[in-house]
Design a protein around this ligand. Sequence first.
Ligand code: NAI
Length: 340
Amino acid sequence: SIRSSLHKSSSSSPLRRSYSSQSAPERKVAILGAAGGIGQPLSLLMKLNPLVSSLSLYDIAGTPGVAADVSHINTRSEVVGYMGEENLGKALEGADVVIIPAGVPRKPGMTRDDLFNINAGIVKGLCTAIAKYCPHALVNMISNPVNSTVPIASEVFKKAGTYDPKRLFGVTTLDVVRAKTFYAGKAKVPVADVNVPVVGGHAGITILPLFSQATPQANNLSDEEIVALTKRTQDGGTEVVEAKAGKGSATLSMAYAGAIFADACLKGLNGVPDVVECSFVQSNVTKLPFFASKVRLGKNGVEEILGLGSLNDYEKQGLEALLPELESSIEKGIKFANQS
Ligand code: NAI
């Protein structure tokens, strides 16, 4: 059966690997919320990733169709769709990386925090299952508000006795993707060469792009232009929500960003050196328990938190300004996870 072949394929026997036609080790990736606006293009992009050997697509509805469709693509991974809570355990068993884009997205006029009431419960339920069925997986949290859903996940895992701060990630890659695109456009440098760290959190002013550390460094940008780039990066999600006019938030660019981050996690697991991405993780970089910054990924997840580097005065102000909001979002998540 498909199930037992999945089980065998997660064996870490070096002998089995040497007989494999693929040089990369076998890796199972599970996507929870795979039939959604993000989930579908993310499933497609993960099907294209040669580091994935098993792709597990879970949702409460719609996954048989998405899985059948994606499974016809002639790339490495085996694809299985799982629908309904009774199949969540099977979807998760043996997963190396779990990506969570489950939950409701914003409509015009909503903040990410307005999603809390629905998404907090969804995330709590999914993380309870992760603790039971794949407690060692790297968890990539996309569901908003990320500033609260990551703390919720940490509390659920603590209660289950499975919490490993090195394995829990809030996905802030879309903020980095946006900062790179907007910066390249203004600075007139080739976008493919651009790097911009984005730190803090993933909502409004908690998103802090560090353009003073952008490479290549552009000397042609005025202070006003840097302020405008910062605001556009912080409001990038809202720009998409308004353009979609009630039909959801970023899905295609988010799927791209999610695929980049999951690929970095897989490379880290596989021992590729110097894999660095920004992510919202448990951190000592500030006084807050969670913070997004550059992180080096390795065989156990977070290998090193790289910190902030040097900030200019504008960025220092932005950092001071974001801490109270980020703190209260973190506390809100922790409180929710510990009630009842
Ligand atoms: P969507 O509504 O199109 O898809 C969500 C999917 O989740 C649906 O298929 C739904 O059936 C599924 N779902 C609901 N409850 C579930 C459960 N208990 N278990 C499994 N699946 C469940 O929404 P979309 O646009 O895909 O957005 C998903 C989430 O991603 C939202 O919370 C959104 O705010 C967030 N997001 C995060 C970004 C980031 O940068 N981290 C960027 C854009 C969106």
